[in-house]
Ligand binder design. Sequence first.
Ligand code: PEP
Length: 254
Amino acid sequence: MRKQIAAANWKMNLTVSEAEKLTDDLLNTGFSLHPNQQVVLGVPFPYLINVEQRVSNKPNVFVAAQNCSDKSNGAYTGEVSVTMLKSIQVTYVIIGHSERREYNHEDNALLAAKVDIALANGIKPIFCCGEPLQIRESEQQNGYVETQLKESLFHLDAQAIKGFVIAYEPIWAIGTGRTASSEQAQQMHAHIRKVLAGKYGEEIAATISILYGGSVKAANAVEIFGQPDVDGGLVGGASLIASEFAAIINSLKK
Ligand code: PEP
């Protein structure tokens, strides 16, 4: 059974004491996880160690960096390598979030290199894809997302993509309060799985967790996560409130 994941993306929010308190408050909510379910906290770089230390003895709770360099080390001022992340026991890294694609001009080829260096160092990518509003309005979203997957992931072999994590995040739904309907989410997730099956076969495609991101809240999580091809969510705003995110975690499919 593939993994069901509730992933938080704290983005550029919180001070260190706020990050520690949010982690403690979340752990104290007493959310429960089945063996195929995971919680992943996408933490700003300076607090990764603090949060990792707090969750390290919690089964199925992990930390993620929100980005990494495509280089392994060297004269790249301000960058953070996967080797550094590995040295502090970071498990996941979010790669290709739409905010990084937009503000940092990260393209599909660069993201392919980031995926490669993460996998080579044993850090699991959460690879983000998703279309802007004008692409959705012109009904070109399927081809747009397919190109993102092909150009950043399709160089991987079947072994590398097995159990991979993808987050589908329609850009028009991120931080806007405008959520894709559960039908729109399911339609795109099924399309992504079909594209993956076309390249790697149905068996491998069935192992890949596809998370939905875009204004997920406690109030809509059960319906969205209940769709057959939706394997949880990548959550921004609502992950900054412990009780809200705990309710989202408890909405994961068993
Ligand atoms: C995100 O940042 O990935 C996201 C989905 O944000 P929000 O939940 O706030 O829309």
